[in-house]
Every structure is written in structure tokens, then in C-alpha cells.
Design a protein around this ligand. Structure first.
Ligand code: 5AD
Ligand code: SF4
Length: 514
């Protein structure tokens, strides 16, 4: 399907506010004109090969669009969204807009949304309410919703029905269409809705404005084919599509030449990198083996799926150098039965075996994880298994969540006999354990010297600098501002539960690439 056909099928305009006077008028219009994004269509994985494009340009007729106008993007959710925001900011600049930090000053406000849990969505709906008054103050203002929530039909319907202040809705697969969508929003009084249910091709040369010049995100793949039963991501982000290694390596080389100190390779499930290549057998291990030779001090990757974490990758990570000793390895549950219902495709024992192999190869590795508590019908015993696995692995950090049903996913249809009170209590117990083990891991650093990539002033005190160690520990320390952007040695004087305090000792010489 080419872009034109896709648009004919999926681009739609919704009723403008005057058409939405009553529910009756609105629904008539809705049925006649509006084709919502479909999670069901999004689930269909086609066999057609991914097409790569290098020909993105901003159409000439749009070039002056942003002159005298400012844009503001608020980002919710994961690093992938952060990175999409960097791309959209690049497009805005290409159109002649200027960035602003204030919604009051902005001529375009975009909310780049996250759909992973209900509370993430509620925040966005709350924000749309707060922003409504700006539309009356500034008639030229465009308010847009993009990102993962836009891919959900229920969200789009809700916005059409109750949030007339929104001028445009677009999804995750068509951010390169931003110039056209803006143009259409300026031209028409109608709410512009352009959401593609299915992923598009990979477009390589989209502009980007990176946040900061010390750390950078590098997308290595898009989408997810795992379909864990609780997760909306495979629907909102489409099927797995890997970028070609040469394009990634070129981007990393360019970042190194620009002086970036750290890159994080991004994907919803980075360990599946390369599985979609038809012409070669090339995976994340191969890619990391190339990237470790590039002169950039630190390389991270996120997020891993235990199922695809293969021996070759472990072998490459064990070579160290710029490949740091921190792995984020979401386990989700410590119970084989729950893992089965989640469709995670590994057992407790297989996860523990993977951890054993990783620790054997990289003895000083720091492991962190994601955990969901209160899965439908999770028993006390199954939850206890999560606690015992957490301790057995010795995780040093975790993101912990109460299960949140997502419409359209298999788990949302499951009967659930676990009361919310019990879920909350489980989360609290898990979080106490997470704190306990983090504090224990931190304590070991007392009086040690650690390497810190200095990111800037600490959040609460401009006289103190902050940065992370290779093993992803936050360190606050006293040092001259000239240390910002460098890797320095810091002597740890105090260990807290979630951070370290210290004093700078010296700058670190660049790593030698083996
Ligand atoms: N409810 C709660 N947590 C979820 N996650 C993903 N989907 C859900 C859901 N429906 C968590 C998982 C994942 C992390 C990014 O968010 O732990 O690893
Ligand atoms: Fe969601 Fe599972 Fe894919 Fe991660 S691997 S994005 S949890 S479906």
C-alpha cells in the first residue's frame, strides 16, 4: 500500500465544533465521515517487506508556515516518545517555528501521549481540560494530540465527543506528516484526525532536535510483535521493523563526532533487533559488537525481552569497554503460571538461568526490572514468588506497577478476583523490598571511587552537580561546572536509598576501544 492509498483509507476529518451541538447531530456525522483507528487492524501483521526511505523533505509550500510562531510539546511516557518529540521538534524548526517553554506563549501545543496505563491517559485528559482556556485567549492556537493514545479508537472517539478544543489528532506511524497535518488544521475549522492503524515504512532522514548534547537516544527498531496479554504497545506501535545496521552505525558515529558521551539504543523489544531482516542473519549482539568499536564513552540499550536475550549478546556485552554493566531486564512476575497467562514465553526458571548466565559473563552487572502486581487472579502465593525472585536475582532497581486493563488486549477480558486493596498492598510490599535492595546496593559504594557522566546541576541544588555511573546509579556531588558533559571520578561519601553523594576526584581519560 502506498502512502496515498493509506491516506485515502485512513485520513479523516471529524465534525467541527459547530457540528457537534448535540449528540444526535454528532453521531450522524460520525457514522458518515469518520473511520476510527482500529486496534483489530493494528494487530494484523502483514508479510510485506519493510521499505526504507531516505527522501524526507519538508514540502516547499510549507516552509514559511512557522514564521513568527512558537511550538510547545509536552511528552508523556517512555523514551520512544521522548525521541519522537525530538523528531517533531526537528520538523517544527524546519517549518520555521521557534521553540518555547511556556504554553501561554505557544502557537501550537502538542501532547505526545502514552497509553500504557489508565493513569497515564487520565493525565492527558486532565491536561486537555487545563489548556482549554488558552484556546479562547488565542484563536490562532492549535492544540494537538499525538502519540500512543491517538492510536486507540476509544480515545479518538472520546476526544471527538468531549474535547472540542483539540484541533488535530495524529498517531505514532505518521509523525513525518506533521507539516501536512498542521497545514490542514490551519486551513479548516474542523478537527483534523489522521491516524494510521497500521505502521508505515521506515523513514531514515527525519530531522531531529536532540534534548541536550551529552546523551542521545538512537532508535534501532520500531514496534513489537510479542503481544504480552496486558500490553497495548504492539497495537499502538505496529509490527517489529528494524533499522538497517549501516544507518544506525552512521548515526552513532555522527553523534560521537559531535561529542556526545552516551547513547541509548532504543526499541520496544531491542532483543528482537534484526529478526525481520530477510537478507541476513544479524542481531543485537552483532550490532553492539560494531558499536562498541565507535569512540563514544557509553552505550546502553533498552528495553530487553528475556526471551530473545541470546548468548551472543551476552558474550559481546562481556567485552565491556563502552558497553556498560547495567541491564534492564523486565521480568513482570516471578510466577511461571502468571508469566504463562501474560504470554511472556519464559518460565521463572528460564529467567533465573538467563540471569545466571549474564552474571557469570559480567560479574559486576547491575540488573533492574519492571514488575506488574495484581494481574487478574494473581494469588498470594504467586505474588510471594515475585518477591522471592526479586531477592534471588538481587535487582538493584525496579519500576513497579499495578496491572491496568487496556481495552482491546486479551487480559482486559479476563475475570479478575483480586480486589484493588489487595493489589495496592502488594505494590507496597514489593516497593519496600525494592527500596531495601536498592539501599543495600548503594551502601557498597560508600568510600569507593566511581565514574560519573556529569549531566548538569542537581535538581534541588544548583551548587551540586549530578550524573550517573556506568551501573546507572545517580550521584550528586560538588565539583566545578566545567565538569558538566565529562566523565569524572567521584569519591562516594554517603549512600542513600536511591542515590549517592560524593566529591569529585579527577577527570577520567577516554576509554580505550579494544
Ligand atoms: N498495566 C500495568 N503495567 C503495564 N506495563 C505494560 N502494560 C501494563 C499494563 N497494562 C508495564 C510493564 C512494562 C512497562 C513499560 O510497563 O511492566 O514493562
Ligand atoms: Fe509490551 Fe511485551 Fe512488547 Fe514489552 S515485549 S512492549 S511488554 S508486548
Amino acid at each position: 500500500m502506498n502512502e496515498k492509498q493509506r491516506l485515502e483509507g485512513q485520513q479523516v476529518k471529524a465534525a467541527n465544533s459547530s457540528d457537534k451541538k448535540s449528540e444526535k447531530d454528532y453521531s450522524k456525522y460520525f457514522e458518515a465521515v469518520y473511520v476510527p483507528p482500529s486496534l483489530k487492524d493494528a494487530k494484523k501483521r502483514g508479510k510485506e517487506e519493510v521499505q526504507y526511505h531516505n527522501d524526507f523533505t519538508i514540502p516547499e509550500e510549507f516552509l514559511g508556515m512557522g514564521k513568527g510562531r512558537k511550538f510547545y510539546i509536552r511528552t508523556y511516557g517512555c523514551q520512544m516518545n521522548e525521541h519522537d518529540t525530538e523528531v517533531m521538534a526537528g520538523i517544527f524548526l524546519g517549518l520555521g517555528y521557534e521553540p518555547t517553554d511556556s504554553v501561554e506563549d505557544a502557537n501550537v501545543i502538542l501532547l505526545n501521549t502514552c497509553a500504557i496505563r489508565e493513569n497515564a491517559e487520565n493525565k492527558v485528559f486532565g491536561e486537555l481540560g487545563h489548556l482549554k482556556h488558552l484556546k479562547t485567549q488565542n484563536p490562532d492556537l492549535l492544540l494537538g494530540v499525538c502519540g500512543c493514545m491517538s492510536q486507540e479508537e476509544s480515545v479518538v472517539k472520546k476526544i471527538l465527543k468531549t474535547y472540542n478544543q483539540v484541533d488535530m489528532i495524529f498517531g505514532t506511524h505518521n509523525i513525518h506528516r506533521l507539516p501536512n497535518i498542521l497545514q490542514e488544521a490551519y486551513m479548516s475549522k474542523e478537527m483534523v484526525v489522521e491516524v494510521w492503524s497500521k505502521e508505515g515504512d521506515v523513514i531514515e532522514n527525519l530531522p531531529k532536535v536532540r534534548r541536550g548534547n551529552i546523551k542521545a537516544w538512537v532508535n534501532i527498531m520500531y514496534g513489537c510483535d510479542k503481544f504480552c496479554t496486558y500490553c497495548i504497545v504492539p497495537y499502538t506501535r505496529g509490527k517489529e521493523r528494524s533499522r538497517r545496521p549501516d544507518d544506525i552505525i552512521q548515526e552513532v558515529r555522527h553523534l560521537a563526532a559531535q561529542g556526545y558521551q552516551e547513547i541509548t539504543l532504543l526499541g520496544q523489544n531491542v532483543n528482537a533487533y534484526g529478526k525481520d531482516f530477510e537478507d541476513m542473519n544479524y542481531g543485537l549482539g552483532d550490532l553492539m559488537d560494531e558499536i562498541r568499536k565507535i569512540d563514544i564513552p557509553r552505550v546502553r540499550f533498552t528495553t530487553s525481552h528475556p526471551r530473545d536475550f541470546d548468548d551472543h549478546l551476552i558474550e559481546v556485552l562481556a567485552k565491556g569497554g563502552n558497553l556498560v554493566e547495567h541491564i534492564h531486564l523486565p521480568v513482570q512476575s516471578g510466577s511461571t503460571d502468571v508469566l504463562k497467562i501474560m504470554a511472556r514465553k519464559y518460565t521463572r526458571e528460564q529467567y533465573l538461568e538467563l540471569v545466571r548466565k549474564i552474571k557469570e559473563a559480567i560479574p559486576n552487572v547491575a540488573l533492574s526490572t519492571d514488575i506488574i502486581v495484581g494481574y487478574p487472579n494473581e494469588t498470594d502465593e504467586q505474588f510471594e514468588e515475585t518477591l522471592s525472585l526479586y531477592r534471588e536475582v538481587g535487582f538493584e532497581a525496579a519500576y513497579t506497577f499495578i496491572y491496568s486493563p487496556r481495552e482491546g488486549t486479551p487480559a482486559a477480558k479476563m475475570q479478575d478476583n483480586v480486589p484493588m486493596e489487595v493489589k495496592k498492598e502488594r505494590l507496597q510490599r514489593l516497593n519496600s523490598l525494592v527500596n531495601e535492595l536498592s539501599a543495600e546496593a548503594m551502601k557498597k559504594y560508600k568510600d569507593q571511587v566511581v565514574e560519573v557522566l556529569v549531566e548538569g546541576e542537581s535538581k534541588n541544588n544548583p551548587d551540586v552537580l549530578a550524573g550517573y555511573t556506568r551501573r546507572n546509579k545517580l550521584v550528586n556531588f560538588v565539583a566545578p561546572k566545567t565538569a558538566i558533559g565529562k566523565v569524572v571520578k567521584v569519591k562516594v561519601t554517603e549512600a542513600k536509598t536511591w542515590s549517592l553523594k560524593g566529591e569529585m576526584v579527577e577527570e577520567v581519560q577516554p576509554v580505550e576501544v579494544k
